[in-house]
Design a protein around this ligand. Structure first.
Ligand SMILES: [Zn+2]
Ligand SMILES: [Zn+2]
Length: 193
């Protein structure tokens, strides 16, 4: 049975407003496939998909913070998932997996980290945004510690000639070492393994 001009006008109107086939069917009493036929005939694109009811409305930063639990001393513990391989805190947001520390870092600094992110406090595996540093931040605060402890090196290069300015790094306790030599050593160990 052909639809009345009034119903067609109503369908046209609803399509123009971006209604779904389901909404058009409910409003006009036609079935969804008829609504789909009119949609195609009138040149409207595919029906908008309804967002999945399980799809989080949180931002990636907000989602990350739902998995942290404050512990004594201003530190935070990860209550979410960890990778099987090395226990790295991770979580999924809109079908993508993120490492907790890189997102927590972004919460504190408002930018993405350079290199990997570590907790520079004394709480093991802390994820408190304020306690995290990336490569440049780690270098800076460890160098400050070395200076305070009188461990900052006066040398301009290491025994293999790597420039201190570019390659000097510090352990968490402020002990200096050459980053270039350490990287070479790591590569050699991996090649030998
Ligand atoms: Zn901490
Ligand atoms: Zn070196």
């Amino acid at each position: 049975m052909p639809l009345s001009a009034e119903t067609v006008a109503q369908i046209t109107d609803l399509l123009a407003q971006g209604a779904t086939n389901r909404a058009i069917a409910a409003a006009t009493g036609i079935n969804k496939s008829t609504a789909a036929q009119y949609r195609a005939r009138l040149g409207y694109g595919p029906a908008p998909k309804r967002p999945s009811p399980t799809r989080s409305t949180l931002t990636v930063e907000e989602k990350c913070l739902t998995y942290v639990r404050p512990v004594e001393g201003g530190h935070m513990e990860w209550t979410g998932r960890r990778t099987k391989a090395n226990g790295t805190p991770v979580f999924t947001h809109h079908e993508r997996t993120y490492t907790a520390r890189s997102i927590a870092f972004r919460v504190a600094k408002g930018r993405d980290p350079e290199g990997y992110v570590t907790a520079e406090c004394d709480y093991k595996e802390c994820v408190a945004p304020d306690h995290l540093e990336d490569e440049p931040g780690r270098r800076r605060i460890r160098a400050q510690l070395a200076a305070v402890l009188g461990r900052a090196t006066a040398l301009t290069e290491c025994t293999r000639g790597h420039a201190t300015a570019d390659h000097r790094k510090y352990l968490p306790d402020g002990s200096p070492y050459c980053g270039a030599c350490a990287a070479q050593g790591k590569r050699a160990r991996q090649a030998a393994a």
